[in-house]
Design a protein around this ligand. Structure first.
Ligand code: C2E
Ligand code: MG
Ligand code: MG
Ligand code: MG
Length: 287
């Protein structure tokens, strides 16, 4: 009996693995037409200044409204898009939409504290090695009349570990133009801290795992020391520190005391449609 039950479980597990593989295959083949049919959309999550609570910008996060599976998060399809190369046109589309959105916000909030609202866009490692990156970015900014310093490109720490000069060249050119480069998910990789000097980054985005360890009060003293050390190193290198995944007021307060500059997380707002940011930024502007 036990054996047959075990066998049964095995079959179930196998069926699940099959279903996953079929879905993965189905999603992969549906990706190119999804872009043509306009099934992707972008949610924006505000970036909040920890000192005064004002909305300073937003991160663009792509989603796929799949006709059968409903809304899929980027973790479900970005790896597939990277594998097939669709990430290049998809990434360009995200950049274009986001810069256009930033232009709209900047016009809307002229004269309010949120006027210099900035936009953060994630870059996949495949986009870094694509020769059109710099030119596409310049063209999009020019077409929308948005200054380069309104844009921040987020690259994960792991994408830049061991990066040679060829890989860094396009990022350097963008940084020279005034585009900010942020090191995303910082602290999850094993990068040599001294290596930071070599990278054309101006912002560290501290990974959510650090924020999570600020959950208890008082937080783990070792974690506090680590974050304190990262923040002071970052500031001494002229890098700003953004924290991800802030879910509670206690975390926000702790991270503010530790000297972090900007925060992002559910405590302030979940990623949402662009109109949601209108409310937040305008609420912020009313005295
Ligand atoms: P990321 O760039 O580190 O983005 C932050 C992720 O944390 C987002 O997940 C966001 O929804 C989530 N998050 C924000 N605040 C909180 C919080 O308080 N608690 C928790 N638990 N989570 C929070 P999402 O939207 O699922 O995106 C996942 C990843 O997909 C992103 O991580 C980014 O690496 C990638 N991604 C998203 N959009 C794009 C894109 O347009 N291009 C590329 N190449 N990658 C993208
Ligand atoms: Mg990011
Ligand atoms: Mg991140
Ligand atoms: Mg992350």
């Amino acid at each position: 009996r036990a054996k047959s039950a075990g066998g049964n479980r095995f079959e179930v597990a196998d069926a699940e693995a099959d279903a996953r593989a079929i879905t993965r295959h189905g999603l992969t083949t549906a990706l190119p037409t999804a872009l043509e049919r306009g099934e992707f959309f972008i949610e924006y999550q505000p970036l909040v200044h920890l000192g005064d609570g004002s909305v300073r910008g937003a991160e663009a996060l792509v989603r796929w409204l799949h006709p059968q599976h409903g809304v899929l998060g980027p973790d479900r399809f970005i790896p597939l898009a990277e594998h097939t190369g669709l990430i290049v046109p998809l990434g360009r589309w995200v950049l274009e939409q986001s810069v256009r959105q930033a232009r709209d916000w900047r016009e809307r909030y002229a004269g309010t504290p949120s006027a210099p609202l900035r936009i953060n866009v994630n870059l996949s490692p495949c986009q870094l090695t694509h020769p059109g990156l710099v030119q596409d970015t310049v063209e999009i900014l020019q077409a929308e009349g948005v200054a380069p310093d309104a844009l921040c490109l987020e690259v994960t720490e792991s994408a830049l570990i061991g990066a040679d000069d060829d890989l860094l060249k396009p990022l350097r050119r963008l940084a020279e133009m005034g585009v900010d480069i942020a090191l995303d998910d910082f602290g999850t990789g094993y990068s040599n801290l001294a290596n930071l000097r070599r990278l054309p980054v101006s912002i560290l985005k501290l990974d959510r795992s650090f924020t999570q360890s600020m959950q208890q009060f008082p937080a783990d003293p070792v974690d506090l020391k680590i974050v304190e050390g990262i923040v002071s190193l970052a500031h001494s290198l002229d890098l700003a520190v953004t924290v991800e995944g802030v879910e509670t007021g206690a975390q926000a307060e702790q991270l503010r005391i530790l000297g972090c500059d900007t925060a992002q997380g559910w405590y302030y707002a979940r990623p949402g449609p662009p109109e949601r940011l209108h409310e937040l930024a305008l609420a912020d502007a009313t005295p």
